[in-house]
Write a protein that binds this ligand. Structure first.
Ligand SMILES: [Zn+2]
Ligand SMILES: [Zn+2]
Length: 462
């Protein structure tokens, strides 16, 4: 009982009891998105790999435990075994990408995960041929991030089939692990950005070995692929800020504006300029078919327009033909329907197996030289392809061991010098002087550092 005086003064309305609200907690780590509003916004599969890594779980297990109840079963659900052949679609424009996005948003309480996929462009990009079935990466990017102690991730840009090179390092993207010579799926049971999902080998590299293959490109190829990577990167970077909704009508309308402005309304003339079939271009202009991303890029390249302008709106005053004739296009359209020249391919593969070329080319490089898809060649000549890959793999292993040996010699010198200067040769100090500090991640190199240090520290300074 309150004393009477107090009881009389008590006014219950002054003391309303409210529940303290706690912020919602996410079931899975609230991982920051990498590269947002840059060319290198990360991919959804890359985000999921990093998320699994942050929970110390293989991707497949995390999906089964946490995502299965949130993802529809009609497309294989969250069972990685069932969807293993088409995990590229998880970064794409369709329902697999949007369902995974929603599920991950619920579990991580991160918003905007749709920009890690191509879902925002679903209205304007046909999914056929949009994404490559295998994972691609830039070894120089991985290596640089590792050396600078940055977060290692997989950008969405690398998943697009039309993007063949890294816009930062000006080198071709790689599709084959240098250790096991196998391709990686975009998402696999043990996916981890920077590492091979098959053999766990580190995929970063600053050596020029991979770059040898770059020489296979002509000047036209370089111009075209540089432009493509930048144009697509620019669009991906801008997407989160664009407040427009993309509609397929915009594309046909914009194409008709170009035809009217540059070709006096003559679609056949426009098609000639683009070096594309007249009927195909006619169907695009009439809005019956949607051009694929590669075709949109070709049009934008010929007019030197940003990709966005064809999807949103054009400035008619700036329209002009920047590139009249481009041999690259003639070459690529010829290759699409090229019959498989079995004899030529066989004898080339045999010559590679017996040649003294150094460094030996990878199968990826050989396929590029032959201008056929690597998988097509594998289908015809599996044994020869394996022999080419094995030769490449052996060379890689040997040259890797050579570099390890050199690094160890360097470490010996650095440790001795630091010790002579009266400084403790800590890993940090040694790595500052090392020409390849990234190699300290290898156990063999670390063991050698440990051994040399023990040896040196047991000796008195002169
Ligand atoms: Zn790069
Ligand atoms: Zn591997």
């Amino acid at each position: 009982m309150f004393p009477l005086s107090l009881k009389n003064n008590f006014n219950s309305q002054d003391y309303t009891l409210e529940r303290t609200s706690f912020p919602h907690r996410s079931c899975l780590n609230h991982l920051e998105i990498q590269g947002i509003q840059t060319f290198y916004i990360e991919s959804l599969t890359g985000y999921l790999s990093r998320l699994s890594q942050s929970h110390n779980l293989p991707v497949g297990i995390l999906m089964e435990r946490e995502l299965a109840s949130l993802v529809g079963k009609q497309h294989g659900g969250a069972n990685l075994h069932k969807i293993s052949k088409f995990t590229d679609a998880l970064n794409g424009t369709g329902v697999m990408a949007s369902e995974l996005t929603d599920a991950l948003q619920q579990l991580t309480l991160k918003s905007n995960l749709k920009f890690l996929t191509l879902v925002p462009l679903a209205e304007v990009l046909p999914h056929n041929g949009l994404l490559r079935p295998d994972r691609a990466w830039c070894p120089a990017c991985y290596e640089a991030w590792q050396e600078q102690g940055q977060i290692i991730f997989d950008p969405l840009l690398w998943t697009l089939d039309c993007v063949k090179m890294c816009p930062y390092h000006q080198c071709q993207l790689v599709l084959e692990c240098p250790h096991c010579c196998q391709a990686n799926a975009p998402l696999a049971w043990r996916s981890r950005p920077g590492y091979c999902s098959r053999c766990d080998g580190w995929l970063g590299s600053s050596t020029t070995l991979e770059r040898e293959s770059d020489q296979a490109w002509s000047k036209d190829n370089w111009d075209w692929f540089t432009w493509t990577a930048n144009a697509v990167g620019e669009l991906l970077a801008e997407l989160p800020q664009l407040v427009v909704s993309f509609s397929r009508d915009n594309i046909s309308r914009n194409l008709r504006v170009i035809v009217d402005h540059l070709c006096e309304g003559n679609i056949a003339d426009f098609a000639r300029h683009l070096q594309m079939p007249k009927n195909t271009v006619w169907l695009w202009c009439k809005g019956r078919n949607l051009p694929k991303l590669n075709a949109l890029l070709r049009i934008c390249y010929c007019l030197q327009l940003p990709l966005k302008s064809l999807l949103v709106g054009l400035d008619e005053g700036k329209l002009s033909w920047s590139i009249q004739r481009d041999n690259q296009f003639q070459k690529s359209s010829r290759n699409e329907s090229k019959p498989f020249e079995s004899d030529r391919v066989r004898s080339y593969l045999e010559s590679i197996v017996s040649s003294e070329e150094l460094p030996p080319p990878s199968m990826e490089e050989v396929a590029r030289r032959l201008e056929y898809d690597r998988r097509t060649i594998y289908r015809h000549f599996r044994d020869l392809c394996q022999a080419v890959s094995l030769k490449y793999k052996r060379y890689r292993q040997e040259s890797h061991l050579d570099i390890v040996e050199q690094v160890c010699l360097e470490i010996e010198e650095i440790v001795n010098q630091l010790h002579t200067d009266g400084e403790y040769p800590s890993e940090m100090r040694v790595s500052e002087y090392l020409s390849k500090p990234g190699y300290l991640r290898y156990r063999k190199v670390r063991n050698r550092l440990e051994a040399i240090r023990n040896e040196v520290l047991s000796q008195p300074i002169d």
